[in-house]
Design a protein around this ligand. Structure first.
Ligand SMILES: N[C@@H](CCC[C@H](N)C(=O)O)C(=O)O
Length: 289
């Protein structure tokens, strides 16, 4: 028997998501189902999917249920699982507010990267405490076409390679194959950011996301870029004792990233719900065969 399954669409700086509320975790969402839902031509379309589940109802989140009622079960557009999604968690918070599960102010959300504190501001901005960046040794190179750049490893719970480039156009076009990287450097894949300077503590980036291709924004990527830019600029809040803020322009808007002396990083930007509807379970079963 076919049933109607509710969904919403939302985005944060045009990093867009299919949102599937499933409080008791009863839906079966294998990778092929997520990829079908995120398909921009044959499905609903999204860079990724936010499966909204009560922490107590999800085996990966039960241990966080005392601290956060809701778990962001994030999936990339190809159906793969990622540790964290910075824009996703901001849109997830906006969904909880939209659905009446949260109000303006602070709320805790469980993610595979741990419990994140999100602040829903009056002006529509959403800030998330992203935790600390790790800067593993062993920098790599990324290449697109005839261009090759050194890149900095930054881990925001998920892996990023940040390359400072002369021209964002050198990152190729939307349909180009993903940037090349040396075999073995990232056994689980990597998100690659291309960055140019725009002014003092102001950069612009493009990103090729693991599991989604080029997207118009990446929150964890913007944090990785801000930290890589600060270190390149000789700025480390742990040393100066003063927070540092970078403005990061992405193709879909602007994110503001602040790193504090204790290493904790806050990211602020808009998060919007644009539509809600329902799809037929028979359609999805038909696609999955
Ligand atoms: N768009 C996200 C990052 C999503 C996960 C990423 N593609 C990965 O596989 O690590 C963000 O806003 O952080």
């Amino acid at each position: 028997m076919s049933t109607r399954i509710a969904f919403l669409k939302g985005h944060g700086t045009e990093n867009d998501f299919v949102i599937v509320p499933d409080p008791e975790n009863v839906l079966d969402l294998p990778p092929a189902a997520v990829a079908a839902l995120c398909d921009r031509r044959a499905g609903l379309g999204g860079d990724g999917l936010l499966h909204v589940v009560r922490s107590a109802a999800h085996p990966e989140a039960r241990g966080m249920a005392a601290d956060a009622e809701w778990f962001m079960d994030y999936r990339n557009g190809d159906g793969s699982v990622a540790e964290m999604c910075g824009n996703g968690v901001r849109v997830f918070a906006r969904y909880l507010q939209h659905a009446g599960h949260a109000t303006e102010g602070d709320l805790a959300i469980a993610t595979r990267g741990g419990v994140k504190t999100v602040h829903l501001a009056k002006n529509g901005d959403v800030t998330v405490g992203m935790g600390r960046a790790r800067l593993p040794e062993g920098d790599v190179e990324v290449s697109v076409g005839e261009h090759t750049w050194p890149a900095r490893n930054v881990n925001m719970g998920n892996p990023h390679a940040v390359a400072f480039v002369a021209d964002l156009a050198h990152a190729g076009d939307l349909y180009a194959p993903p940037p090349h990287r040396p075999a073995g450097a990232y056994p689980d894949g990597v998100n690659v950011e291309f960055v140019v300077d725009r002014g003092p503590r102001h950069v612009a980036m493009r990103v090729h996301e693991r599991g989604s291709g080029e997207t118009r924004s990446c929150g964890t990527g913007a944090c990785a870029v801000a930290v890589a830019a600060a270190r390149r600029d000789g700025v480390d809040p742990a040393v100066t004792g003063t927070p540092v803020t970078y403005t990061v322009d992405v193709p879909g808007g602007t994110l503001v990233i602040t790193e504090r002396p204790d290493g904790e990083i806050d990211m602020t930007g808009p998060a919007v719900i644009v539509a809600e509807g329902a799809f037929d379970s028979a359609w999805l079963e038909g696609v999955l065969g």
